[in-house]
Design a protein around this ligand. Structure first.
Ligand SMILES: NC(=O)c1ccc[n+]([C@@H]2O[C@H](COP(=O)([O-])OP(=O)(O)OC[C@H]3O[C@@H](n4cnc5c(N)ncnc54)[C@H](OP(=O)(O)O)[C@@H]3O)[C@@H](O)[C@H]2O)c1
Length: 243
């Protein structure tokens, strides 16, 4: 049995990942706030991943359930993420900064920590794929929280890989930039005003010109990257290099 935990599996890229891995024979556990009735044969668990303590309890429980089934491989995809409120930093309420940082950064890092500890003596295949963003390397007006949380995700991905180097059975961990995908996140971006997000016109144009990838296309590329044994541990990958 191959097991996979996917966060944010209810819609967007996560939903396509859940569907694909399920079709490929994985036992899928999807963690999101809402349950998607279209997703059959998937273990869906409702949890607010910006609530760090609830999230830890859920992951511990899911991992115990998976380990009891003697899987040959366990994968964690940290996919859930949000832009939070798009605006200049001074206009973003503290609570919004806090929940966005928790969802995009704190919970994924804690999940990596719990995953590593629980699987310390596990000899099967163990992989973590962190869905990051090209925004990690940019400085986009209105996206201070998003850019910085994705940079932070890349950073702990690289450190975790180094820490795993001398393990007999190391976790293989990657960051993946998924490109621009036609999901609710993009619809949110297009609703911004110029004052909130100065690049908004570029994203409106991309949608008009049909330049967005579908979630299904990107899920296939994430799957390809996930199974590419030539990729070194700790790499920051971009789906656009795998078309
Ligand atoms: N779309 C793009 O162009 C793009 C570009 C670069 C990177 N990315 C990254 O790709 C990933 C997926 O993005 P997407 O476009 O598919 O986003 P999306 O359509 O907005 O979906 C986000 C997913 O995360 C879940 N989620 C959001 N807040 C949550 C919370 N508090 N607790 C639990 N789950 C939560 C949502 O489920 P519920 O609402 O049911 O909780 C949903 O399943 C994100 O990490 C994003 O940063 C996207």
């Amino acid at each position: 049995m191959k097991a996979i935990i996917i966060t944010g599996g209810s819609k967007g890229l996560g939903k396509s990942l859940v569907t694909l891995y399920n079709t490929e024979g994985y036992k899928v556990y999807s963690l999101a706030r809402t349950i998607n009735s279209e997703l059959k044969d998937v273990n869906q668990i409702s949890v607010d991943l910006s609530n760090v303590s609830d999230s830890q309890l859920v992951l511990n429980k899911v991992m115990d359930e998976i380990l009891n089934q003697n899987p040959s491989s366990i994968t964690l995809i940290n996919n859930a993420g949000t832009l939070g409120k798009m605006d200049t930093l001074q206009e973003i309420p503290s609570e919004n900064i806090e929940t966005t940082v928790s969802l995009n950064y704190t919970t994924p890092m804690i999940f990596c920590s719990i995953f590593s500890k629980k699987l310390e003596n596990y000899k099967g295949v163990k992989k973590i794929r962190n869905i990051s963003s090209g925004a990690a390397n940019g400085a986009y007006h209105g996206w201070s929280v998003y850019c910085s949380t994705k940079s932070a995700m890349d950073s702990f991905t690289k450190v975790l890989a180094i820490e795993q180097e001398n393990n007999l059975s190391p976790i293989h961990v990657l960051s993946i930039y998924p490109g621009v995908i036609d999901t609710e996140m993009q619809a949110e971006i297009r609703k911004s005003t110029q004052e909130q997000f100065s690049n908004v016109e570029r994203f409106i144009e991309m949608k008009k010109n049909n330049d967005l990838s579908t979630p299904e296309q990107i899920a296939n590329l994430v799957y390809k990257i996930d199974h590419d044994v030539s990729i070194k541990n700790g790499e920051i990958t971009d789906v656009r290099d795998f078309y």
